[in-house]
Design a protein around this ligand. Structure first.
Ligand code: TYD
Length: 218
């Protein structure tokens, strides 16, 4: 059995990863190719706990009061969720020949957790705790102006979450720009996410077609 392609979508909040994952799913499905869309944090037990931390439903109790967990705790939780996600959902599907579209992956950890750490030299450790996370066949980074992304999030009228801060999102966008240099052995493509859904979808699909033209994954 030829394994499926493992494709991940990345970008700051409001960059359109969820919308574009769904568009790609439809295209692959339309071509009669097996496809499964998933996301991180996952729907598994660790992912569910992370979501509660992100929304403030769960907090850490310190002698000085309650607070969000520190970036180190969050990085380890995301890494643990990733391993669980790979084991329970991603790897079995890939083995069955199903293409996986994953809305966020370890590059979110590199960008978000290093920025909340406030130190760029933390990326080495974050990459290390994700060392055994399967390398994707393609990572699509949706680049968008943080101001525009924020506008989109406001239109969606979401509840406030841990990383909903304009200054933080601007820094996370800068961290994403360093990914190709940090991971030279990963195929990371940058797509201008500031255009219409249709235009962005067309370019994402072109990248997937190019990947498929290379043949079956190893
Ligand atoms: P979610 O509501 O799923 O994000 P989205 O806006 O993309 O729908 O929440 C995921 C949040 O978690 C998002 O702000 C990015 C963040 N995150 C990390 O900080 N590190 C990670 O490793 C992952 C996977 C997500």
């Amino acid at each position: 059995m030829i394994r499926g392609h493992f494709i991940v979508l990345e970008g700051i909040d409001g960059s359109g990863t969820t919308t574009q994952a769904e568009r790609l799913r439809r295209r692959l499905d339309g071509e009669g190719l097996p496809v499964h869309v998933t996301a991180e944090p996952s729907t598994g037990p660790i992912g569910a706990t992370i979501r509660q931390f992100l929304s403030g439903r769960l907090v850490t109790r310190l002698p000085s009061g309650i607070s969000n967990p520190r970036w180190t705790t969050m990085a380890l939780m995301f890494a643990a969720d990733r391993q669980d996600h790979l084991e329970a959902e991603i790897e079995p599907n890939l083995r069955d020949g199903v293409n996986i579209l994953c809305d966020r992956y370890m590059y979110s950890s590199i960008a978000y957790q290093s920025v909340t750490a406030g130190r760029a030299d933390t990326t080495g450790w974050i990459a290390e705790i994700n060392r055994y996370a399967r390398k994707p066949d393609l990572a699509i980074y949706l680049r968008i102006n943080p101001q525009e992304a924020l506008q989109r999030c406001r239109e969606r009228d979401r509840n406030v979450e841990m990383f909903d801060d304009p200054d933080l999102q601007r820094k996370i966008a800068q961290a994403y720009e360093r990914l190709p240099e940090l991971f030279p052995d990963v195929k990371i493509v940058t797509v201008d996410g500031g255009r219409s859904v249709e235009e962005v979808a067309r370019e994402c699909w072109a990248h997937v077609e190019a990947l498929r033209a290379e043949g079956a994954p190893e």
